[in-house]
Design a protein. Structure first.
Length: 134
């Protein structure tokens, strides 16, 4: 749900949108477009649902595939070129892109631990709050 400053989603609206998306995810992958100019299309799949486990935080990330492209690589074609250069130390542009990126880049090894933490960030807001009984 995209909103501008004058039309912010209420908590109830945001919760409803998440609930609706979760229900739809059981039928098909969720797809969203990131960066309209570069046309990055992301797909999020729901592999299975299960009973909540006491002591676990939700939502939680259970699996990843591939590394996210860095910003400003020029969309999917630019990312393909970036990967080809980064995995070939003999490529004439390798040193330049390695310096630009800030180090080596492995397209097959996502930062899974970092991504799991990112997914858990909203969990603290969604956890039921213990309230004192008067």
């Amino acid at each position: 749900m995209l909103r501008n400053r004058s039309d912010r989603a209420t908590s109830a609206q945001a919760t409803t949108a998440v609930e609706q998306a979760t229900l739809k995810a059981g039928e098909a992958d969720l797809t969203y477009l990131y960066d309209f100019g570069d046309n990055w299309e992301h797909s999020i799949g729901l592999d299975e649902t299960c009973e909540a486990e006491p002591g676990q935080l939700y939502p939680r990330l259970t699996n990843t595939a591939g590394t996210c492209p860095p910003e400003d690589t020029g969309g999917p074609p630019g990312f393909e070129m970036f990967v080809a250069v980064m995995v070939d130390p003999e490529h004439p542009e390798h040193k330049y892109l390695k310096d630009w990126y800030g180090g080596t880049f492995d397209p097959n090894t996502p930062a899974t631990d970092e991504l799991r933490l990112d997914v858990l960030k909203p969990a603290k807001h969604w956890m039921p709050q213990n309230r004192a009984v008067n």
